[in-house]
Ligand binder design. Structure first.
Ligand code: G3P
Length: 226
């Protein structure tokens, strides 16, 4: 299980695109590992639950779950148990992604469980205020993603720089140990450099790479300005 150890970092969220499912998820994970090896850049992948085990077995980059449920072992049919994704090889998890929103108490429970398990916690937020609330829960990362920009190809680092800067400032004021990522519409090296220039410690992205004609070329461009 490869841990996230340093920043800046790129987290590629595979979501549930067919282009990043099953055998194609494995191919994309290996491309991500190749780019990480060739550039020395920190790249983590976040495949669907069903793909975690075989990807974590094959690649030497961090693999994160896209979601885990606020449940302990027992009778919770259909839920995703943190211990299960950890044994499958995940070294962390996204929490409260805009496409898998959670209640504050459940976010807190999952952050606490993830930290106790020695795994990386990435809490996703939608604005500066929710980012401040998330920071008080002491996750490893807060990832600010304005939902209206997700999948738009309009990078948050250009469309709403004040949201990224405001999140960095408020979080550093609450807990300087919490690192800030930004996402939504990020796809190029220029977008990633703009995000880092705004004070982010990395990016969380999906469609700009997954749906690219040449994902490896797109990923190499993404990290080309770092
Ligand atoms: O988790 C990252 C994702 O929500 C951003 O989506 O397609 O705009 O990179 P996308």
């Amino acid at each position: 299980m490869k841990q996230i150890t340093r920043t800046p970092i790129v987290i590629l969220n595979f979501k549930t695109y067919l282009e990043s499912t099953g055998a194609r998820a494995m191919k994309l994970a290996k491309v991500s590992e190749e780019v990480a090896d060739e550039t020395g850049m920190n790249i983590a992948v976040s495949p669907q639950q069903a793909d975690i085990w075989r990807i974590a077995e094959e690649v030497n980059i961090p693999v994160l779950a896209q979601h885990v449920d606020p449940v302990d072992a027992g009778g919770h049919t259909g839920s995703v148990l943190l211990e299960a994704v950890k044994e499958a090889g995940a070294s962390g998890t996204l929490i409260n992604h805009s496409e898998q929103r959670m209640k504050l108490a459940d976010i807190d429970a999952v952050v606490k469980k993830t930290v106790k398990a020695g795994m990386a916690s990435v809490v996703c937020t939608n604005n500066v205020e929710t980012s401040a609330a998330a920071a008080t829960l002491k996750p490893d990362f807060v990832a600010i993603e304005p939902p209206q920009l997700i999948g738009s190809g309009i990078p948050v680092s250009k469309a709403e720089p004040e949201v990224v800067e405001g999140t960095v400032d408020v979080i550093h004021g609450i807990d300087p140990d919490v690192k800030v990522l930004c996402g939504a519409g990020i796809s190029t090296g220029e977008d990633m450099k703009a995000a880092l220039d705004l004070g982010a410690d990395g990016v969380l992205l999906a469609s700009g790479i997954i749906l690219a004609d040449d994902p490896k070329k797109a990923l190499l461009d993404l990290v080309s300005r770092i």
